[in-house]
Design a protein around this ligand. Structure first.
Ligand code: ATP
Length: 513
């Protein structure tokens, strides 16, 4: 099996070679942790966004959309707590001069211990076969018990010390665990310090009158400050939700994992407003619903897990992450947070305006509680892209690279390929494209032998190849080749739309939820 780092390297180079993702401003050697989405990447990203949007806004009568500006009044970030508390604990290695997030160093260490326990479980599973009872094994095997207890102890202590703002204890923990610089092995660490992640900018033409602004570090606050505008103009009744997708900016300390941790990224967030006291029911509902959404894409149930937070953010009374098995291990893909009435109350306080809802059934005013679902679009992209990229060995011993994207997300749904560049085959191919392009993204390719063209479309993740040959001229049939099985069927041109639609329609995929 290929090593994790090799798989990850392969993902990054495939994304570049096939026009999905380029480093930003590459002619100037790029900008650290900033990336551009290329001709195929932009389509895949748009499809993921649309898949999310439909499941939220179109499928739920009580959820509406919003597109708030990136620049907001600076008091927003005072009220939200970001000016004072949007910090990461950072630590420098004195020998390598490299900077790390102290919490991430400890979490990665805990994850390694978790993986050791997992390995023991896998070994036992292989040994005992069908007779294996995982539950029993986990609670009786001394080694597994020890690993899991150690992991829990580390995570809890980290949660406690971060929660109390005790950075000296985070440093002590790093030293006790003998955590070394992952790149150099040095254990010569500085103290742990706080670092604010917001990017500042200025509004206004003259230096004296310029106003200090921030690029938003999350999209959520645009929803909170518009809560009453949307509720009133949309005559919304609690419970209801507001959904938004858009850019967010964070001056991340450690940003070395491709599009997993970027300085400019996109979030897909939904804030659900509920009666005080009903937030836990809603929180459980959204945890389950969001996991179902992820599973509907078919990337494998085993690749997801929940991680309940030990350390809660200043605004939350419950929080969990949906973690995904990225090429570098399980990491946060989405956060589900019960944010209480913290944000709305804070905006009331700082703005002096009421942000309350009159509940006609209870005949009373209150500040609603909020349950948030927040997923990174770029992390979704990475999850989908990395998991779909496969090297396959075929029956004849040759290999192929295939990007088995969920068909609903594929940038191009079908490629039309004339077998040869003459005899009127290109013209027929163009006619098929003219007909299909109203419904699907379709591509045309006449360069190279048809086998090589199939391989190229496989690498791009195109679910169907339609080949036009001389028989097409006689009976209006073509061959349609399926990306995953490589099976080829002879079908009528008039059947193509139905066959493609059946596999790529968002409706069919969303119905799996
Ligand atoms: P992490 O702990 O990985 O830094 P977070 O807990 O700060 O993430 P949230 O503030 O909950 O993240 O943001 C919600 C979602 O936005 C995350 O689940 C993630 O998918 C995405 N996200 C956050 N930061 C980044 C980033 N720097 N680059 C890409 N996506 C991000």
């Amino acid at each position: 099996m290929a090593k994790q780092e090799d798989i990850f390297k392969n993902v990054v180079s495939h994304a570049k070679e096939y026009g999905f993702i380029f480093p930003s401003s590459e002619v100037y050697d790029g900008l650290s942790a900033v990336y551009d989405y290329a001709q195929n990447g932009v389509e895949l990203k748009k499809n993921i966004r649309e898949y999310w949007w439909k499941s939220m806004v179109q499928m739920n009568e009580n959820i509406v959309g919003l597109d708030a500006a990136i620049l907001m009044h600076p008091t927003t970030w005072k009220a939200s707590g970001h000016v004072d508390a949007f910090n990461d604990p950072l630590i420098d290695n004195k020998d390598s001069k490299k900077r790390y997030r102290a919490d991430v160093l400890v979490e990665d260490f805990a994850e390694k211990i978790h993986q050791k326990a997992q390995k023991e479980i896998e070994k036992a599973k292989a040994r005992f076969g069908d007779a294996f009872n995982e539950q029993e094994f986990v609670t009786t095997n001394a080694r597994v018990i020890e690993y899991l207890a150690k992991e829990k102890e580390i995570r809890e202590r980290l949660g406690r010390s971060l929660g109390a703002g005790d950075l000296a204890d985070v440093k002590a923990l790093i030293e006790e665990l003998e955590i070394a610089d992952p790149e150099t092995g040095s254990k010569n660490w500085t103290e742990v310090k706080q670092f604010n992640l917001m990017f500042g900018t200025k509004l206004g033409a003259s230096a004296e009158n310029a106003m200090d602004l921030y690029l938003r570090p999350e999209t959520a606050q645009g929803i909170f400050v518009n809560f009453l505008n949307v509720q009133k103009s949309g005559r919304m009744k609690v419970p209801f939700g507001i959904a938004q997708t858009g850019k967010a900016f964070r001056n991340e300390i450690v940003a070395r994992q491709f599009i997993f941790r970027m300085r400019e990224f996109e979030q897909m967030e939904m804030q659900f407003f509920v009666r005080p006291g009903e937030e836990m029911k809603s929180y459980e509902y959204w945890k389950e619903t969001r996991l179902k959404w992820h599973l509907s894409l078919g990337l494998g149930k085993e690749n997801y897990r929940f991680h309940d937070h030990e350390k809660l953010a200043h605004y939350a009374n419950a929080a969990a992450d949906i973690e995904f098995n990225f090429p570098f291990g399980f990491k946060e893909l989405e956060g589900i947070h019960s944010r209480t009435d913290f944000d709305l109350k804070a905006h009331e306080e700082y703005s002096g305006r009421k942000l309350q809802y009159f509940d006609p059934e209870l005949n009373e005013n209150y500040v609603p509680y909020v349950v948030e679902t927040s997923v990174g679009l770029d992390r979704m992209f990475l999850a989908v892209f990395a998991t779909s990229l496969k090297e396959e060995t075929l029956e004849d011993g040759s290999t192929r690279t295939v990007l088995k994207l969920p068909a609903v997300l594929a940038p191009t749904k079908a490629a039309v390929l004339p077998l040869v560049k003459k005899d009127g085959l290109p013209e027929v191919s163009r006619k098929i494209i003219e007909d299909l392009k109203w419904d699907f993204n379709v591509a045309y390719d006449e360069k190279d032998a048809v086998g090589r063209r199939y391989r190229r479309q496989d690498a791009l993740g195109t679910p169907f190849c339609i080949t036009v040959d001389h028989q097409t001229l006689e009976d209006e049939t073509v061959t349609i080749r399926h990306r995953d099985t490589m099976k080829q069927d002879r079908v009528k041109i008039t059947e193509l739309r139905g066959i493609i639609e059946n596999e790529v329609s968002m409706k069919n995929w969303l119905m799996k939820m």
